[in-house]
Design a protein around this ligand. Sequence first.
Ligand SMILES: *Cc1c(COP(=O)(O)O)cnc(C)c1O
Length: 351
Amino acid sequence: MDLTKVIRKNILALAPYSCARDEFKGEASVFIDANESPYENGVNRYPDPLQHEVKVLLSQLKKVSEVQIFLGNGSDEAIDLVYRIFCEPRIDNVVAIAPSYGMYKVCADVNDVEYRSASLTDDFQLDLSAISSKVDDKTKVLWICSPNNPSGNAFSLNELEELVRCYNNLVVVVDEAYIDFSDKGTMLSLLDKYDNLIVLQTFSKAWGQAAIRCGIAYASPEIIMYFNRVKYPYNINVLTQQAAIRALSQPQVHDRHVEEILSGREILRILLGSLPIVEHIYPSDANFLLVRVKIQGMDAAKSADHVYHYLQNKGIIVRNRTRVHLCQGCLRITVGTPEENSTLYETLKTI
Ligand SMILES: *Cc1c(COP(=O)(O)O)cnc(C)c1O
């Protein structure tokens, strides 16, 4: 891919802000270059702008190079940066599968970039002709989420690779926020093969670190260089970097929690499947189930609203997705602890 054809002119020309800590590489004992407070309290110094320690650990764990990693203030920052780097407002467009994660559209609107939805099939599979009918010469980005939120299913690596290969003159972003819960595999091993691929992952789900706000974009060193140029200099604060390092140093905790969520998911599937108000539970490669409910005498949307409000009144909050494309009658339910799963089940029984 010729990057100069997909990157906005102003971004290609950008001279990055150079912070004090960017310019100095080496050993020193007196730091009087950044107008910080000299009184040590653990947070008086600016953090590492390129988060070297976090990236070393991620690089070992994920078998990618450090220069293929960008860390953002949540995946949200990476999503927003994709628009700011590649999409000329009111000229370029992006194409995304529907239904999918809401932030792709929010960031398109904020950046004044046209957002085109390509419907999945009724059973949430990729519809290649729907995608190709939306792509034109002003399309810069294709958004794919796998495992997809809110449908829960992952797409096959073969199909995803086909998209990356076929749309080699635009950027294909595969959002893998839920990849740890899937057995379909990550796209990360394809990074070296395709320089138009961006893979998003996050500390917010399987790593159990939603509050630290840390998302990850993996891409070619060239694309990562533009992410680094456009981001705020100190976008990841030191407390977040420390928490990320702590989490990455205990992969066995991550692995145990993933195992527990996966067995919880199958137990929850069986429990919910036994309820007469549950009409369908979609296959899931994530840490949630998309569940279609139906209450006698009510249409799909009414049924979902009724169950949603019933649970809410009992202090149980699920995500009502009934007004989302292809999700009529559906609630999205996150797998909780075994106790939370059974509380949900016992409460649903009383409807
Ligand atoms: C939860 C989620 C994320 C994570 O976003 P963060 O900003 O990293 O918390 C990203 N993508 C999808 C599809 C999600 O559902």
